[in-house]
Design a protein around this ligand. Structure first.
Ligand code: IVH
Length: 669
């Protein structure tokens, strides 16, 4: 491809990808398969690499972020970012209208919007391109987080449609959808990191991360609600928002134009019922005067506009008695204090426990024995204690003191500097840590052992039949059958799945070991870069940090793990039992140059190998995996469900398709 052709193709790809992206993330109407999207994106990445003269900061390829450590520059806001006055009752809404009517004659229209519970952002566009994204900061100055915001798929990097001003600002909220929040927290707990308390903290924490490629994976969303600039299209807020929608912004469709304050009040009531069904957290409704002329007339107080106000829904709150504080010990030894409460009804469920997260929370609440506490369920899934009723505390009540020793094994707890949680360091002798590690080892994404659950592990441990994960591989039928609710059949099933687990690929075994901070994704990266456990165990801190996405914290934890004699022993035993402790297909001795000079496109789904593995195999045998079919393609490696457009193109160019089996035969597998 020459330079001129490349320019045309690059522009074409960027246009297509912007549109597909908008359809998917803004309109929620996907118009292409994920796979085909990735293929086009890969093609663009390749072309941009070959022709760096056409680089564009707003290309769809910029969305994946980078590993470069960001330092946030402080930027002064052109227009300060103010906050809104809060109201909590219908009466206060009517007061708001009375204040407006004193200054404005005639009818006033209002726009009602969700009050999104995330972190606010100001985006600047010039000539249709995103040029800057700044956090609220103190309202006058904020942090330039452009690189991170670019990774948010619903933020347009390039506007579409017509009529957008040459220069303008648009403000909105960056949010973490509940679904993303829940799975992020699950993952964090899995690798022994503290969970985020709510989606708001998770969103603002993510936005301030210094590695934009991690931000890109966190799947934030962004809703826009406020246009600013000299040339914005009309003199009313509602229709400006509709224009913004046409330019590609995610403007929520549940925004409503209300003719009068009665309609506003009806809207607030309607959404009190419906708000639980939204995919993102909201904590109220924002009411804005629709006419910009009226807005100007009304102006601002020192802190907030007179033309807008927020109505906050009450988080459901009840009071109950604190019975005691207990402490849970996790798989990695981290201690979580839990408030045990007198049962109470809250938002439709019975609440008996609330997480207290760590020692600081207990201290800040200044909890005492038998306290009457207030419990709330807001955006969070787990109820939390938000305060104490001091008037009900007796004079003799003792302050709750955080424990010094592990509640399970009595070892003195430690708290590393800069960390919120205490840990029990007795990794090898503390029962819940041992059992937790075994449970993790057999879990679905790890060795996925069938027929073994928490209860069986508990029994096996109590009876002294297993002391750590290696014990699983020494179990016999005679060990299992006598256990509660076990028979010949179930014992066989367990032993079978233990045997089968010896075929589980290295990356999952690595994850199964439960090294702190090594979750499933990190294990995959590690296995790819350092394909055997022996190499991994002898890798230095510097070598580990070299690996894509492995930072200092993970690297340290890996070095620490393997420097421990107990772990060295364990790994040696697992090796003896025949577990996969090196990555199979990347072994150098298997490589060849059978595919040298060949450009191979992969499409469809496969039975024996994953697409990534096939990609590795192509490279291992000297071939090149390319994104889309062209004259230069050697053949298509097709699985099931190859797209019809791909087949048509293949035929047009007179190219061949090979099946998975045919391909494997070529490379002698
Ligand atoms: S308008 C001058 N609209 O609430 C008014 N704000 O307390 C500018 N927020 O910092 C804000 N949803 O983070 C506006 N639909 C909405 C909103 C909203 C959430 C947040 C925003 C702002 C805070 C104001």
């Amino acid at each position: 491809m020459n330079q001129a052709e490349a320019k045309v193709r690059i522009e074409e790809l960027r246009g297509q990808l912007h549109t597909y992206n908008h359809n998917y993330y803004v309109l929620s109407q996907p118009s292409i398969s994920d796979y085909d999207f990735d293929m086009l994106l890969n093609e663009l990445i390749d072309l941009e690499k070959q022709f760096p003269e056409f680089n564009d900061q707003n290309s769809p390829t910029q969305r994946v972020g980078s590993d470069i450590n960001l330092e946030f520059n402080q930027v002064e806001h052109k227009y300060p970012m103010l906050s809104l006055g809060n109201t909590y009752s219908e009466e206060e809404i009517r007061d708001f209208e009375t204040r407006i009517k004193k200054l404005i004659d005639g009818d006033v229209e209002y726009v009602c919007e969700m009050k999104y519970d995330g972190t606010s952002i100001s985006l600047t566009y010039e000539k249709g391109k995103l040029v800057q994204a700044v956090t609220r900061g103190d309202g006058v100055k904020g942090d330039d987080v452009t690189a991170n915001v670019k990774t948010i798929r619903s933020v347009p990097l390039q506007l579409s449609g017509k009529g957008f001003p040459d220069e303008f600002e648009i403000r909105g909220e960056i949010l973490m959808p509940f679904e993303v929040f829940n799975s992020l927290n699950e993952e964090r707990e899995e690798i022994g990191e503290a969970a985020f308390a709510n989606p708001r903290n998770a969103a603002s924490g993510t936005l301030k991360m210094q590695n934009s490629s991690i931000v890109a994976k966190r799947k934030l969303d962004c809703y826009l609600y406020y246009l600013l600039g000299k040339e914005i299209p009309t003199r009313n807020h509602y229709s400006n928002l509709q224009s913004a929608k046409d330019w590609g912004f995610k403007v929520p469709s549940n925004t409503k134009l209300c003719k009068n304050i009665e309609e506003v009040i009806a809207f607030i009531k309607e959404w009190d019922e419906k708000r639980d069904d939204l995919p993102v957290p909201i904590d109220g409704i924002v009411i804005k005067v629709n006419s910009l002329d009226m807005q100007e007339e009304l102006g601002f107080t020192a802190k907030s506009p007179r033309w807008a106000i927020s109505y906050k829904y009450k988080a459901e709150r009840v009071s109950t008695k604190l019975e005691k504080v207990t402490y849970q010990v996790g798989r990695t030894g981290s201690i979580t204090p839990v408030a045990n409460l007198e049962a109470v009804q809250l938002a439709g469920t019975t609440v008996k426990r609330a997480s207290l997260h760590n020692a600081d929370i207990i201290q800040n609440l200044d909890l005492h024995e038998n306290d009457t506490v207030y419990v709330e369920k807001g955006g969070e899934i787990i109820p939390k204690i938000v305060g104490v009723e001091l008037s009900e505390r007796s004079a003799e009540a003792k302050r709750i003191e955080y424990i010094d020793n592990c509640p399970e094994c009595n070892t003195a707890l430690v708290r590393k500097e800069g960390e919120a949680n205490h840990y029990c360091p007795n990794e090898m002798g503390c029962p819940p840590q041992i059992k937790g590690k075994i449970e993790h080892f057999i879990s679905r994404r790890a060795l996925d052992l069938d027929g073994l659950g928490e209860e069986t592990i508990d029994l096996l441990f109590q009876k002294g039949l297993i002391k750590d994960v290696s014990g699983l591989f020494r179990l016999t039928k005679e060990d299992i059958v006598p256990l509660d609710r076990m028979g010949d059949k179930s014992a066989e099933r367990i032993l079978n799945s233990i045997e089968n687990s010896k075929q589980v690929p290295y990356e999952r075994v690595l994850y199964a070991l439960g090294i702190r901070y090594v979750g499933a994704t990190v294990a995959k990266k590690l296995a790819k870069a350092i394909p055997s456990i022996d190499k991994l165990a002898t890798s230095t801190l510097e070598e580990l940090i070299e690996v894509d996405e492995i930072g200092g914290k993970i690297a340290e934890s890996i070095v620490e793990y393997f420097s421990n004699e107990y772990h060295q022993n364990l790994v040696a035993q697992l090796k003896e039992f025949g577990l996969q402790l090196e990555k199979k297909i990347v072994e150098d001795e298997n490589s060849s140059n059978t595919l040298e000079g060949l450009s191979i496109v992969i499409s469809g789904s496969f039975n024996k190998y994953s697409r990534d593995e096939l990609k590795d195999l192509i490279e291992l045998h000297g071939g090149k995996n390319v994104g889309s079919i062209s004259k230069k393609t050697s053949f298509l490696l097709g699985g099931e469900k190859v797209g019809p457009s791909k087949l048509a193109k293949l035929e047009k160019l007179g190219l061949e398709m090979k099946s998975e089996d045919e391909f494997l035969k070529m490379i002698g597998l």
